[in-house]
Design a protein around this ligand. Structure first.
Ligand code: HEM
Length: 510
């Protein structure tokens, strides 16, 4: 007698048969995932392996909290764990470099997640190493240390504008949102450098908080996007009114992508009215170079433009805001940095080049601690290798996405004792001690996909910190640790949702 007899004329019978077939498939799938899958032997919780709903809960329902679940699992299961059906996560600071900057094997981005940034033709979205190299090589010269030094006049002009604007800040109580002010600075800098265009966020009455908040808000959906990585690509095709229905922040982000496209078209058509002190911008040099035409298509350049503007803004602004927060929280530190700056900047309007400022040991320590504690990108960045990866006694099969979250390295108490504390002095030891710490300073990532903007970001951080601390006295205004500490992962580090920003009252200026 057949186990299941289907009456094809009876809808209930057909539905029943489909459900039974699905249940049988599910049971087989679970058995496969737990017992026969190439990752079956790896330790870790079993529920997230058999159902994506677990991840959905910690990525979407409790947005961005997955990183803390991963931390909890590591405490229970050890340094190497399977975090879902496909991915391995490692928590071992000494292995970070081997994973991300290996010798003799590939460490490609995982193609499934590379579309997450919504610009599939960008350098950030290039998964295989050949495509990545093709896209990255022409950009490299614009972000070297020496090129960033040539950009000094642009950086000095923007930082000086920030100081002037702070001095005349219109809020009657003198309360300024430093996070917004720094966001305006870093976005104006990268737009100038990219297109010789002044987007004038620094000229905005309150530094344009809507601009910052729209980017922050749109990144909050990243947990959902991690589960459906093609979504941003489809959503971008929506008309503006429909995008605004999805989310006003998302619509603003689309506006900014459109504005970037318009700038690139103007450069392509030779119709740029230069508003910059720099004589060479990223995009006019790329367009006028002898790159193959497919590298210079509007869509390709637009994709890199989007990534440069988004990647170059929030991370750097967050590092700056963190530095100011920790310095203002501890008045002695603020005074110590000011005293060091007085020596090299007796005239506050005569600002030395950033490479000179970076040599001030205490300022260097503040910059490193700000970068470390602001945590830049919190999203795990899986790498895929065509060969097995050896870790302790484990052999991870080829083509498995493996990640190590930079957050755990940057807060490893064995490397950075009392990791939650801002201690500039930890970067002021002997050359050997410093170089040991630098090895674990993974804020920029490691390997061929390491942050291209690290020298630019360093220059902005050093210059802006020096000018603000030298010229101003201020008090924190209703701002506490929860306004800076990482609360969840929104691709970039995100603070508590009820934060009202990093606010300060300006009390004195020179
Ligand atoms: C404090 C500031 C910054 C931090 C912490 C930071 C962090 C990072 C990290 C960790 C990566 C590597 C991601 C991976 O491993 O897959 C990265 C890549 C990247 N960053 Fe940054 N970044 C910062 C500033 C900037 C700036 C100012 C720019 C602007 C030029 C920029 C542009 C990029 C680009 C284009 C990539 C992709 C590089 C590639 O795929 O080859 N970043 N960033």
């Amino acid at each position: 007698m057949p186990i299941l007899e289907i009456d094809w004329n009876d809808r209930t019978s057909i539905v029943g048969a489909v459900l039974v077939a699905y249940a049988v498939y599910w049971v087989f799938d679970v058995v496969y995932l737990l017992c026969f899958h190439p990752l079956a032997k790896f330790p870790g919780p079993r529920l997230p392996v058999i159902t994506a709903w677990y991840t959905f809960y910690y990525d979407v329902v409790r947005p961005g909290r997955m990183m803390w679940e991963i931390e909890k699992w590591h405490r229970k299961y050890g340094p190497i764990i399977r975090i879902n059906a496909d991915e391995i996560h490692i928590k071992d600071s000494h292995f970070y470099e081997t994973l991300y900057a290996p010798k003799g094997r590939k460490a490609d981005r995982w193609a499934r997640l590379s579309t997450m940034v919504g610009s599939p033709e960008s350098v950030f979205a290039a998964s295989d190493s050949k495509t990545h190299k093709e896209r990255r090589t022409p950009l490299n010269p614009f972000f070297s240390r020496s090129t960033v030094s040539k950009l000094e006049p642009v950086l000095q002009e923007k930082v000086s504008k920030l100081a002037t604007r702070l001095k005349e800040f219109p809020d009657p109580k003198g309360v300024v949102r430093l996070d917004v002010a720094f966001f305006a600075l870093t976005q104006d800098v990268i737009c100038d450098y990219s297109f010789a265009k002044d987007w004038k966020h620094l000229d905005h009455t309150h530094f344009n908080p809507e601009n910052k908040d729209s980017q922050t808000e749109s990144l909050e959906s990243i947990g959902f996007i991690r589960l459906f990585p093609m979504l941003p690509i489809y959503l971008q095709e929506l008309p503006r009114w429909a995008a605004a229905l999805v989310s006003p922040a998302f619509a603003m982000l689309l506006d900014s992508k459109l504005a970037i496209r318009k700038e690139i078209i103007k450069i392509m058509e030779g119709k740029v009215e230069k508003e910059s002190k720099s004589d060479r911008t990223v995009f006019d040099a790329l367009i006028n170079s002898d790159l193959p035409p497919e590298q210079k298509s509007l869509n390709r350049l637009n994709a890199d433009g989007n990534v440069l503007i988004i990647a170059g803004t929030d991370t750097t602004a967050r590092a700056l805001s963190s530095i100011l927060f920790y310095l203002l929280k501890d008045k002695e530190m603020y005074a110590k940095l000011k005293a060091a700056l007085m020596e090299v900047m007796p005239d506050p309007n005569n600002v030395p080049p950033w490479v000179e400022l970076e040599k001030i040991p205490y300022l260097y320590g503040c910059m490193r601690e700000g970068l470390r504690l602001s945590h830049g990108l919190t999203s795990r960045q899986p790498r895929v290798s065509d060969q097995p990866i050896k870790y302790q006694d484990w052999e991870i099969p080829p083509n498995t996405p493996v990640s190590e979250s930079a957050y755990f390295v940057l807060s490893d108490p064995e490397i950075f004792p009392e990791p939650e504390k801002f201690i500039p002095e930890r970067w002021m030891g002997t050359a050997a001690q410093r170089s040991n710490l630098e090895r674990y300073m993974v804020s920029w990532g490691k390997g061929t996909q390491q942050c291209i903007g690290m020298h630019l970001a360093t220059a902005e951080i050093v210059l802006a910190t020096a000018v603000i601390v030298r010229r101003f006295e201020m008090e924190l205004y209703q701002t506490t640790l929860e306004d800076v500490q990482v609360h969840h992962d929104a691709f970039v580090a995100a603070v508590v949702p009820w934060s009202r920003g990093i606010r300060a009252v300006l009390t004195e200026s020179v």
